[in-house]
Design a protein around this ligand. Sequence first.
Ligand code: NAP
Length: 248
Amino acid sequence: MKMLSGKTVLVTGASRGIGRATALLAAENHAHVIINYNKGEDQAAELVDLLCKKGFHSSMIKADVSSEDDVKGMFKYIKENYSKLDVLVNNAGVMKNSLLALSNTELFNHTIDVNLKGMFLCTRHAANIMRKQKSGRVINLSSTAGLNGDVGQTVYSASKAAVVGFTKSAAKELGMYGITVNAVAPGLIETDLIKHIKADVRDKMLSNIALGRIGIPEDVAKVILFLSSDLGNYVSGEVIVVDGCRIM
Ligand code: NAP
């Protein structure tokens, strides 16, 4: 028996990085996975193809999570093609490092629109389905930047700190329907998101990780799997840090 047998799982931003690893692990645990993407159509198609070759069921749906119309369309597709939604992973996110003095309103709006509004829109639609089922799991991607802050990350940190407040409130509101809402806060994970970080900065960050290595997407996907499965039945309103233990 696999951990997500018979479950329908939507992962936003599943074309790359943590979202891709999460979708792959969910499928390997026998979930029906819905792979959301925005710009990465080829990468999403490649993942669907890979899952199909492994004998797993999945589908892909394009939607910009910051667009109300796109999200509405995505959930219309889910209702029409799947009779239920058991797990929503709000993973889609953007990060651009910028010192406060250099951060403009455009950067602020885009970051908040994708990282916060996107999560809000998807959760609202998912909760409508999950309330009727009287069950569901919502897992939101926060970040250690949202808990501790960092230089050059005022905007990104604000968006990820807001994810924590949203998660805790939604958990309290939706618990009565058997819906759990949790956040995962990764530290430094090897994906496209951190590609731009200079070698000397990376080395400095690495020296601050007790486990002595940068995380990989699968490290985060495993925690998301736990929260999505029966193992996480009685966990809600929590933020689980996945950062290899920051020393200072
Ligand atoms: P990534 O490799 O850059 O992937 C980002 C994903 O988000 C892509 O699949 C991208 O899809 C999707 N996305 C971006 N904008 C979107 C939009 N408007 N609508 C729908 N999808 C959109 O990033 P990652 O490192 O895997 O990050 C995943 C999540 O973990 C993010 O929320 C991030 O903030 C969080 N996180 C990451 C780290 C880290 O060190 N990597 C640390 C802490 C938190 P397309 O390519 O299809 O557009």
